[in-house]
Write a protein that binds this ligand. Structure first.
Ligand code: NDP
Length: 451
């Protein structure tokens, strides 16, 4: 994906083109760099120090990528081999921090895109967190609990050599929830004989934080509410579609419903459900968190709801607001046009980079309110940061206290985006604002720390 038109600034163009040559087989990574570079041009034009200090060519290269083999035994006593990764992207403002993804699609390109995004997201939270990401092409779907446990133990046996409470603190992402974090933590503890906050998203009885499970979905709604409030509007009374039915989607539904909205559709990778009366999120929790079943079983509880094969169809439903919360590149240009035709007015991204650059352009042209993922879904990592603080001081805050802090952080992130946009004369453009504000803090720290 070579976009020669990306920017006019020669320095930026040069860095971007070299990156394209070097990583032509990493489309997702290049896409994430493209999106950030598009926003940064006025900042780079006005501050020659970033070129002088070579900040762009330095920030697009991970400090370290660890790739390893994971050997484990399945329930049939057969040897299985997967690949494991940790991308330690940038530690200028704190220890590497970012989730682990277990999904068959995982590769270096996807983890580099996620790690790159994470640098700016973590910076926006105002906490001292560097950027990282990791995972494996292991597919937890259809595996027994014991198989998942053995895989997690084998994965951590290698990963444990590279992480630590002050070095790199992984968390969950697609395919990695409370169960997996528990097994990973248990193995780390056995290997190192230490009880530290080396992972976040832990169980409440062993150093986890209240609100961490809910944080990304809740934070997404807090950000959307803040954005709407600034325009004299709110989530109350809005009809919403949420893609996905995992951690982020479930708690986005819960908070949106609490704030007076009605969520009518959700999906998994097979298809989507439509419930005109509003989806009962407690049923989704039962299906996905307890039984680990497919979303079509919702109809067993609510026979009047509809199920449609194919997850993409979810975008054809006319609603006020959409919250993509499944995976990257869920919405391409053609889908974006349909979404605009259907009268959608607001999009807030819960998943990472769910919208292609072409689709973002369609939304911009149509004047939709657009909340970019690196700001809107930062509530998860922010609450992970709060979990790290609680682990360090060996105290646990109440749900109300942690939720209040999360809400304040999301307000702060929104304000950072507004200020970032104004700084480069693009008022109201939250995509630009998020990139500018996220970049500046990290870039300035990199310069201060020398080469
Ligand atoms: P989960 O594994 O809990 O849920 C993922 C959901 O998305 C599932 O419903 C899954 O369906 C669906 N999905 C995954 N891949 C695809 C695909 N290729 N096509 C269609 N549907 C798909 O993950 P999370 O909720 O944790 O993560 C969702 C998104 O949010 C990701 O982009 C993640 O990076 C991002 N995110 C997560 C954070 C967190 O705290 N968990 C923090 C910030 C961002 P199925 O079960 O059928 O696979």
């Amino acid at each position: 994906m070579l976009h020669n038109d990306i920017v006019k600034n020669e320095y930026m163009l040069n860095v971007y083109n070299k990156l394209n040559e070097r990583y032509e087989t990493q489309p997702e990574f290049l896409q994430s760099v493209y999106e950030v570079f598009q926003s940064l041009e006025p900042l780079i034009d006005n501050h020659p120090i970033y070129q002088r200090e070579g900040v762009l060519e330095r920030i697009v290269e991970p400090e370290r990528i660890i790739k390893f083999k994971v050997e484990w035994i399945d329930d049939n006593n057969q040897v299985q081999i997967n690949h494991g990764y940790r991308v330690q992207f940038n530690s200028a403002i704190g220890p590497y921090k970012g989730g682990l993804r277990f999904h068959p699609s995982v590769n270096e390109s996807i983890l580099k895109f996620l790690g790159f995004e994470q640098i700016f997201k973590n910076s926006l939270t105002g906490l001292s967190l560097g950027g990282g990401k990791g995972g494996s092409d292991f597919n937890p779907k259809g595996k027994s609990d014991r198989e998942v446990m053995r895989f997690c133990q084998a994965f951590m046996t290698e990963l444990s050599k590279h992480i630590g409470a002050d070095t790199d603190v992984p968390a969950g992402d697609i395919g990695v929830g409370g169960r997996e974090i528990g097994y990973l933590f248990g193995q780390y503890k056995k290997l190192r004989n230490e009880f530290t906050g080396v992972l976040t998203g832990k169980g409440l009885s062993f150093g986890g934080s209240l609100v961490r499970t809910e944080a990304t979905g809740y934070g997404l709604c807090y950000y959307a509410e803040e954005m709407l409030n600034a325009r004299g509007d709110s989530l109350k009374g809005k009809v919403i579609t949420i893609s996905g039915s995992g951690n982020v989607a479930i708690y986005a539904n819960e908070k949106a419903t609490q704030l007076g909205a009605k969520v009518v559709a959700m999906s998994d990778s097979n298809g989507y459900i439509y419930d005109k009366d509003g989806i009962d999120v407690s049923i989704i929790k039962e299906i996905k968190e307890v039984k680990r079943e497919r979303i079509h079983t919702y109809l067993n509880y609510r026979p009047n709801a509809e199920y449609h094969e194919g997850w993409k169809g979810i975008w054809s439903i006319p609603v006020d607001i959409i919250l993509p919360c499944a995976t990257q590149n869920e919405i391409d240009e053609e889908t974006a046009k349909k979404i605009v035709e259907n009268g959608v007015k607001v999009i807030a991204e819960g998943s990472n980079m769910p919208t292609t650059p072409e689709a973002i352009e369609v939304f911009k042209q149509a004047g939709l309110l657009f909340a970019p993922s690196k700001a809107a879904n930062a509530g998860g990592v922010a609450t992970s940061g709060l979990e790290m603080s609680q682990d360090s001081i060996r105290l646990s805050w109440t749900f109300e206290e942690t939720d209040r802090r999360l809400k304040d952080i999301m307000k702060g992130i929104y304000q950072n985006c507004v200020d970032g946009a104004e700084e480069v004369n693009r008022p109201g453009d939250l995509v630009v604002g998020a990139n500018v504000a996220g970049f500046k803090k990290v870039a300035d720290a990199m310069i201060a720390q020398g080469i």
